[in-house]
Design a protein around this ligand. Structure first.
Ligand code: FES
Length: 123
């Protein structure tokens, strides 16, 4: 399996960054892939309209774990507008690319951002 993935994906899969719940989150986004059933939760602390902290949890595949981990690094310091502009391709690029059959896993990250932004707007 590991020969499918580049070193960035494997590193984030093996040593996920910012895993777990962010207790004082201002926004929580949940995304689910209806095809495979994998789930990603994104927790954000937002202050001065910028992301100050991010954590994630996933019940998912290796790429879902890597995408959640990389996403929590990517979003730090971003404005809400910048956050909303992140697309699955940005996540895939930040992971050094994904094999074609795993590109859909990066969709979880984009969907979790949008869910978190919606949650933030509803508070
Ligand atoms: Fe479901 Fe990767 S196989 S998100």
């Amino acid at each position: 399996m590991t020969e499918l993935y580049n070193d960035i994906v494997l590193d984030h899969y093996r040593k996920p960054r910012n895993a777990g719940v962010l207790e004082d989150a201002d926004a929580v986004g949940k995304a689910e892939n209806s095809a495979c059933g994998d789930v990603l939760h994104l927790y954000l602390r937002i202050d001065d309209s910028r992301v100050q902290a991010a954590r994630f949890q996933t019940f998912g595949c290796a790429v879902a774990i890597a995408a959640g981990s990389r996403l929590t690094e990517m979003v730090l310091g971003l404005t809400l507008a910048e956050l909303g502009g992140i697309r699955r391709q940005d996540v895939a690029d930040a992971l050094g690319g994904l094999p074609p059959m795993k590109v859909h896993c990066s969709v979880l990250a984009e969907d979790a951002i949008h869910a978190a932004l919606k949650d933030f707007g509803n508070r």
